[in-house]
Design a protein around this ligand. Structure first.
Ligand code: MN
Length: 730
């Protein structure tokens, strides 16, 4: 035996004793001798003697802190499969426990990740092994970890398969068991195989920034430890750059380069008690501004895998955010080693004092056993592909859709004919809304019917994939031109009216022609049809028309504008008595705040959906309307001269009459209105405290001259102090 290997085993024993002085050195050495003899002459792909592998696996197991039997099983784990040294032989020499562990690991080794359905059956087997003895899983993880460390010696294709399997199955299991250290290493090693360029890009990027990071983290470490020192809190602060795969996922998910990812630094503060965890959090939030919504209390609510910690993200110097994790020593060990921490720090799970820990693991396993294997693979695959969703057809085919996809998307992904005949969907056996979002692992059945009239127009807005959207539009384009034209015309007209562009569009052939040209249609019907089937959005058309109409109006204005606002040329009679610049027969309302009447200087305000509201130019609401986004909505308006000349229309306006409180003033005013043949809508009086009173009146007049006349007559009435128009005094 080479001295190199002898050194390895001596080192292994030494480390194991350090972890746990009560390990059985003799048994471990014996297991090593057997394994060494059994693998005699075998070589690994890199040319090393095979025994290096089991010894390395055993070292990882020692590092995890597992017991003597696990270490022996680690050394012997490839014997049953690859050598003459079988189950019986192991059982005879090392006992049933070691033999069962090796057997379990061997069985797990037979699992092959595949995209076929058999994956579930295999994973179920994996389960059984897991439920029987968790150490089997831990040894298998150690085995995979060492293999992953030497992935580069495999042929390229095998590298990728193994890496994918590691990423998809082993890393998530390590995560489930709370073993973050192993999980990280598995992920990084797999990534290196799966996307070597992406991996190297991050390594190089981190290298370039390393002095920056060191300085940044060093500074933070100093600040925190100074602050905690002042507060007499003992702490162990470590600062690090996050592991490569987590940075990779961030870059991938956010479509960013490494230079654009800020929170790649993390700081960990370990203290002696839970109370101090919360104290430290307080001090840190004193030092740095926390990012709202990023604080997580995993101490009071541990993660399902038992992980406990306080997390907060704060803003450091130069506005760079970084994450801080605060936890106790105990929590830290759990976080690093997960399930294995129970062996590592409590000498296994079999002793009486560890009943509780054992109960916890059993609970974890039982929870996993309850669910079907399908559920488990769903659970462990979750989060790996945040922007994708995998669903099953009833036949068991896996369909990969973008996150947020609906049953309609799926239907069109299967076939356009399925989509076009779709009438509903069942998700996991239950009728579900066709616009519901699909989740990983959903079994989705598309219900179709030959009777259906085809897809609904709303689907275009619901679907997530361009594929489905295009197919739906295709259908509408082909299937129902007449309906498209009607639908499109109704939609366009509605929007034109809402934007006060209806007349502008239909009365100008030039604008119509421009619009058709812009979107490459030759007739209005074609335009309507395209809007109808969703080939073009009505907003696009409206924007074009709006531009043109405004351009035209501005051109007209230039010609017509004089110093005093002048009535625009009119071609039709205004019914309201007001002409609105550029818009004919426009819906007009007189503002209640200032009740304008002919003779008042007026201005219009384009309301949303209620036409143009007419104000006096000196109305407070006009003067106070400084808002920028409203500027465009004020529009020139003029009284229609014919109305002023013939005094045909009546306009409501409000008066406020101040009086000395005197019985009879109200009736005097009422009589005066009657004599003047003025229609009165409202007339009310109230006393003010200091002996005065006020009368409010709402009357109809033809214009300012009539109103002035009436106001003068009221002013001459006994007991009246003053008369003002409503809103004047405000
Ligand atoms: Mn192995």
């Amino acid at each position: 035996m080479s001295s190199l290997i002898q050194n390895e085993i001596d080192f292994l024993i030494e480390r194991a004793k350090k972890q746990n002085p009560s390990i059985n050195e003799k048994k471990i050495r014996a297991a090593f001798e057997c394994a060494n003899a059994a693998h005699e002459g075998q070589k690994r792909r890199n040319g090393e003697p095979y025994i290096i592998h089991p010894v390395s696996v055993a070292e990882i197991i020692v590092e995890m802190g597992l017991d003597t039997d696990s270490i022996c099983a680690g050394l012997l784990h490839d014997c049953i499969e690859d050598t003459e040294f079988d189950y019986k032989a192991i059982e005879n020499k090392f006992g049933t426990s070691v033999a069962e562990l090796v057997d379990g690991v061997t069985r797990l080794g037979m699992l092959r990740y595949s995209k076929e359905q058999e994956q579930f059956e295999d994973l179920r087997k994996m389960f059984m092994a897991m439920a029987k003895d968790i150490r089997v899983i831990l040894i298998k993880l150690a085995d995979r970890l060492h293999n992953a460390r030497t992935f580069q010696f495999l042929p390229e294709r095998k590298q990728r398969d193994k890496a994918l399997e590691t990423m998809e199955i082993y890393a998530p299991i390590a995560h489930r068991l709370g073993m973050s250290r192993i999980k990280w290493e598995l992920e990084d090693l797999s990534l290196k195989c799966l996307d070597p360029i992406g991996y190297q890009e991050i390594v190089d990027g981190l290298e370039k920034q390393s002095s920056q990071h060191e300085e940044f983290l060093g500074h933070i470490k100093e600040n925190i430890s100074e602050k905690l020192g002042e507060a007499h809190i003992e702490s162990n602060i470590s600062a690090r750059v996050k592991h490569i795969y987590s940075i990779y996922r961030k870059m991938y998910a956010q479509h960013k380069t490494i230079n654009e990812i800020y929170d790649i630094c993390a700081v960990r503060v370990i203290v002696d008690s839970v109370t101090n965890c919360y104290n430290v959090l307080g001090y840190i939030h004193d030092l740095y501004k926390p990012i709202p919504g990023r604080f997580k209390d995993y101490i009071s609510t541990p993660k399902p895998n038992g992980y406990q910690s306080l997390h907060t993200t704060v803003i450091g110097r130069e506005g760079i955010p970084f994450e801080i994790q605060i936890r106790t020593e105990e929590m830290h060990k759990m976080a690093e080693y997960g399930v294995a921490a129970h062996w590592k720090y409590k000498q296994g799970l079999n002793k009486a004092g560890n009943e509780q820990a054992f109960a916890w693991i059993r609970q974890l396993l039982e929870a996993q056993q309850d669910t079907e294997a399908e559920d488990f693979i769903k659970a462990i695959k979750v989060d790996l592909f945040a922007d994708e969703v995998f669903v099953f057809t009833p036949r068991g085919d896996v369909v990969n859709m973008p996150a947020g996809a609906t049953p309609i998307d799926l239907a069109y992904a299967i076939h356009s004919a399925v989509g076009n005949r779709m009438v509903g969907a069942k998700v996991n056996g239950r009728i579900a809304p066709i616009d519901s979002q699909l989740k990983n692992g959903d079994i989705v059945e598309i219900l179709t019917s030959k009777e259906t009239h085809g897809p609904s127009r709303d689907w275009v807005k619901i679907v997530k994939t361009t594929e489905a959207r295009n197919k739906i539009k295709q259908w509408f384009k082909k299937e129902c031109r007449e309906e498209n034209i009607m639908q499109g015309r109704a939609e366009l007209d509605r929007e034109l009216r809402a934007n006060l562009l209806f007349n502008g569009f239909y009365e100008s052939e030039e604008i119509q022609q421009n619009t058709l040209e812009k979107f490459s249609f030759s007739t209005l019907d074609e335009l309507y049809a395209a809007i109808g089937y969703g080939g073009i959005t009505v907003t696009k058309v409206i924007n074009k028309v709006k531009d043109d109409v405004h351009k035209m109006r501005r051109a007209q204005e230039k010609v017509e504008r004089v110093l005093q606002p002048q009535p625009a040329k009119k071609t039709a009679k205004s019914q309201s008595g007001v002409i609105v610049e550029g818009i004919e027969n426009c819906l007009v309302k007189f503002a209640r705040c200032c009740t304008p009447i002919p003779g008042d200087e007026i201005i219009g305000f384009i309301t949303r959906g209620y036409g143009v509201s007419i104000h006096r130019r000196d109305c407070v609401n006009v003067r106070n309307s400084g808002a920028r986004d409203e500027e465009d909505r004020w529009i020139n308006v003029w009284w229609d001269e014919e109305i002023l000349d013939h005094k045909l229309n009546q306009f409501s306006t409000g008066l406020q009459i101040s009086t000395r409180s005197r019985i009879g003033v109200l009736s005097d005013v009422a009589i005066l209105f009657a004599q003047a043949h003025v229609n009165v809508h409202e007339l009310s009086a109230r006393d003010l405290n200091d002996g005065f009173g006020v009368i409010n009146a709402m009357i109809d007049v033809s214009g300012v001259s009539q109103l002035d006349n009436i106001i003068n007559r009221i002013k001459n009435t006994k007991g009246v102090l003053d008369v003002i128009r409503m809103a004047d005094g405000v």
